[in-house]
Design a protein around this ligand. Structure first.
Ligand SMILES: *Cc1c(COP(=O)(O)O)cnc(C)c1O
Length: 496
């Protein structure tokens, strides 16, 4: 199954795409073809445990790896999850259920892919005969950073440098990152917002002078951001897994299927749902839920992507994004694989801050997607309502999705079973969740976690409690124009 850049025509294998991360032309790698699964394939998936489902999915999506290679990788990747189902489904009322993707070591859905990526990446590099160290550079809106640091920590032949927006992540997220251990990990705060950090990383990937310097240090650049194919592919697995599981439980029917609602920032998670849908998963509507940074809501409703708007800091910081980088992969599909069209839109976005798709493409978009958003007040109210009516405790990102999913049902009357994707543990955002449900909060995030536990009886994950007393190991801050120098300085420190 060859892969191609959204902005070019060169066909390469999956291992090559995974090592490169981003294409030399600035595009993202997309599959030229995906296999179609049958009802029987889903029945077979339902009989497997989660690692086997993941290995099966990757074998179907990626060329260049055998199932025998993928199975042990998947077993390792999901060994540290605190639920035997890895991605369990909790059923709520009214044909709704929640797919919990936060049972990994950093308590957010990024672990689903980032525990797998280092294994795919080192195996890919080995296949390609790569001898240089793989230097991961990544920008984070909060959760990717820690998940990448955990995933790559002390993995031989790799290093990882994470940039996060100073003051732009939650207290727990920041503490998780700056306490990261491992000889090969670097954490740097950037004076700017997430888009600045992400743009800075993208610029470094396109900067030949920077690459030469890295080369001289014996390092080759790669990305752990959601633009890496090795991030995207493991995410397809939990959609296939969830469909198989709900079919097995008799909660959905093959013909009528389900709708899926995903709290969205960079469009990576929901794009994986789209690929699952293309592979035959019985997913009908893809409900794209945003917070007040509602650039995707407007895009789905109008066909105009316009980033020229105010940036809002919200209680769902991992979705505080105005440039959804993975959307480019979907644009390639809308353009039916025409790289010139994608290049045109991306140039316009860079130059003017906006672009518009054609009338026919708008129809295609609206046929598959519904877009909606929820502000912080609506999100808080939803967290409280779900707690009071269902005793289900939910984090603010998932709260956004719950709200938008309900709006969708109210607006359309569509009562198709609904799978709401839950992307973080409520304890990762304990202060906001505690406040939303009316628990009394005094003090820091850890006091909030204690208050939340006391009020709800829902146990806090051990990983949150342990964090309180861990020493800060990373204190570097840099200007958004000087990220390259900061990376190189980090390696100097490592060698000294
Ligand atoms: C990253 C993240 C999101 C957004 O996912 P995308 O793939 O960027 O759309 C949502 N919620 C949480 C908790 C996250 O960490």
């Amino acid at each position: 199954m060859p892969f191609v850049s959204t902005r070019g025509t060169e066909q390469i294998s999956a291992p090559e795409a995974i090592v490169r991360g981003i294409a030399p032309d600035g595009g993202l790698y997309v599959p030229l073809k995906l296999p179609k699964l049958s009802r029987e394939d889903f029945d077979a998936l339902a009989q497997m445990d989660y690692p086997a489902r993941a290995a099966y999915t990757l074998d179907a999506v990626l060329d260049g790896f055998t199932l025998e290679e993928l199975l042990p990788m998947a077993k390792d990747a999901y060994a540290r999850f605190d639920d035997p189902a890895v991605a369990p489904i909790r059923e709520l009322k009214d044909g709704r259920s929640v797919l919990e993707l936060f049972h990994g070591p950093t308590l957010a859905f990024k672990d689903m892919a980032l525990q797998f990526l280092p294994r795919l990446l080192t195996a890919s590099a080995f296949k390609r005969g790569e001898s240089k160290e793989i230097a991961i550079l990544t920008a984070t809106s909060g959760d990717t950073g820690k998940a990448a640091l955990e995933g790559f920590k002390d993995v031989k032949g790799t290093s990882v440098t994470v940039f996060y927006p100073l003051g732009g992540v939650s207290a727990v997220q920041e503490k998780q990152m700056v306490t990261s251990e491992g000889k090969n990990v670097h954490v740097i705060a950037v004076k700017g917002n997430f888009d600045d950090a992400q743009t800075g990383v993208k610029t470094l990937f396109g900067d030949p002078a920077f690459q030469r310097k890295m080369d001289a240090l014996g390092k080759t650049l790669s990305s752990a951001n959601s633009i890496n194919l090795g991030r995207l592919a493991p995410q397809v697995a939990y959609y296939l897994s969830a469909c198989a599981e709900l079919l097995r439980r008799g909660k959905i029917a093959w013909e009528t299927g389900l709708n899926v609602c995903v709290p969205t920032g960079n469009f990576g998670n929901i794009l994986a749902a789209w690929y699952a849908r293309r592979m035959g998963a019985p997913i009908k509507k893809l409900i794209c839920a945003s917070n007040r940074n509602d650039v995707l809501t407007d895009f789905i409703n109008t066909g105009v992507y316009d980033r020229r708007r105010e940036f809002h800091k919200t209680i769902s910081p991992s979705m505080d994004i105005l440039i959804s980088s993975n959307l480019e992969r979907f644009l390639w599909e809308l353009a039916e694989g025409d790289p010139a069209a994608v290049r045109g839109w991306m140039d316009q976005l860079k130059r003017d801050g906006a672009y518009e798709i054609s009338g026919r493409q708008k129809e295609m978009l609206k046929d598959a997607f519904y877009g909606g958003f929820a502000d912080d007040a609506a999100t808080r109210k939803t967290i409280r309502d779900i707690w009071e009516t269902e005793q289900y405790l939910t984090d603010p990102h998932t709260g956004v999705a719950m709200r938008v999913a309900q709006d969708y049902r109210d607006k359309t009357g569509d009562q198709t079973p609904l799978l709401i994707v839950s992307t973080a543990s409520p304890y990762k955002f304990a202060a906001d969740v505690a406040e939303a449900i009316g628990a009394e909060v005094k003090g820091d995030a850890f006091a909030a976690a204690a208050a939340l536990e006391k009020k709800t009886g829902v146990k806090a994950p051990a990983a949150v409690l342990a964090l309180k007393d861990m020493p800060v190991l990373h204190t570097l801050v840099c200007d958004k124009e000087r990220m390259g120098e900061a990376v190189l300085a980090g390696f100097d420190g490592q060698q000294a």
